[in-house]
Design a protein around this ligand. Structure first.
Ligand code: ACO
Length: 329
């Protein structure tokens, strides 16, 4: 059976860098607290007039160039985001129009920070079935626009950015297995209270800050520690592989303590776990593709390597994928 493989990666981070020290100016926090509890040192924030589709277009164009295909070769664009330009139309359609992907279907996928790994699972199914040959998955977020600056437990954690991948068929290697999970009973620990049909936006919801991201850190932390390791082990088992086969783990970048616990479960040394959380903070659905693109750019992932992607996020959701790296170049 044919498999799907990633043939091009792209990423885009806005230029404006915000350090923990910058946050100290207007949030009751400290560089020491943020560094010790999360591992984050800086994050990037988009300018006021920049949207998720703006960042997504830049990442998508780089991924197309690296894959050596044109926008109108794309059959499908999947965009994972919790900060779409608008509730509708889909941000994927805005990106489709702007890059000129005239032959592609396009839709958004909402699985919080797990969105990109969900997306490549959907993309690889389309490719394995033979329905499509060229699928793009984008993770893009402008989280700075939904942060509540009065909530120091969340506003220091997040950043903006985008990552994209082109997936194409391969007869050898590629995405060997993936696994998706959800537990909606934990949905109220990480959500945006207002703006949907449950609580349409009103003066009252805005006055109550209900249009911002809301998170209960402790239950989400416990959930993340539990799922990141188990989801990685499960997908390895599905692929008939062992944790000793892993050359690189690319986890969702939320907290170094969460990443370390996953690495410990897989018995991985530090050089086999890619971390850029210190530079970009948590960029939600963009975090895994940005990390993957950066790791590949630095020559840390090479053909033949076994790479595990794992993420958790709002929903609650989790997702993992294991691939034998094979970019066909
Ligand atoms: N600066 C200084 N002090 C702070 C800050 C801050 N920014 N935030 C909280 N504190 C204080 C608290 O008020 C508390 O003080 P107290 O003991 O006097 O009451 C103390 O620090 C400890 O607070 P905790 O919430 O217990 O801190 P914890 O060690 O649990 O870390 C954190 C909090 C970093 C948020 C952690 O719970 C976490 O990482 N959770 C997971 C978050 C995450 O990964 N989210 C992913 C979202 S995925 C998606 O789909 C968007």
């Amino acid at each position: 059976m044919r498999k799907a493989t990633i043939t091009g990666l792209g990423k885009y981070l806005p230029e404006k860098e915000i350090t923990n020290k910058d946050l100290e100016e207007f949030v009751d926090t400290s560089d020491e607290w943020i560094t010790k509890r999360t591992g984050i040192k800086t994050r990037r924030f988009a300018a006021d007039d920049v949207t998720a589709s703006d960042l997504g277009v830049k990442a998508a164009e780089e991924a197309l160039e690296k894959a050596g295909i044109k926008a109108d070769d794309l059959d499908l664009i999947i965009t994972a985001t919790i900060t779409p330009d608008m509730m509708f139309p889909a941000t994927a359609c805005l990106i489709q129009d702007r890059i000129g992907a005239s032959n592609a279907g396009a839709f958004d996928l909402e699985a919080g920070c797990s969105g990109f790994v969900y997306g490549i699972t959907v993309a690889s199914s389309f490719i394995e079935s033979g329905l499509y040959d060229n699928v793009m998955v984008i993770g893009t977020e402008v989280l700075s626009k939904i942060l509540n600056w009065e909530d120091r437990g969340t506003c220091v954690l997040f950043g903006d950015g985008a990552g994209a991948a082109v997936l194409q068929p391969t007869e050898k290697g590629g995405i060997l297995a993936s696994d998706l999970g959800s537990d909606g009973s934990g949905g109220d620990t990480l959500y945006q209270p207002a703006g949907g049909s449950l609580k349409p936006a009103s003066h009252e919801t805005v006055d109550n800050n209900e249009h911002y991201l809301y998170m209960e850190g402790t239950p989400v932390f416990k959930f993340a520690v539990k799922t990141m390791g188990s989801a990685s082990l499960k997908v390895l088992k599905k692929a008939g592989l062992d944790k000793s086969d892993v050359d690189m783990l690319v986890p969702h970048q939320a907290n170094t303590r969460i990443i370390s616990s996953a690495a410990k479960k897989l018995k991985l040394s530090e050089d086999k776990v890619y971390v850029n959380l210190d530079k970009y903070g948590n960029t939600s659905a963009a975090s895994v593709p940005i990390a993957l693109a950066e790791a590949e750019e630095k020559g840390l992932i090479n053909n033949g390597d076994t790479v595990v992607l794992v993420a958790f996020g709002a929903g609650l959701t989790w997702a993992s994928a294991v691939m034998k790296w094979n970019d066909l170049k």
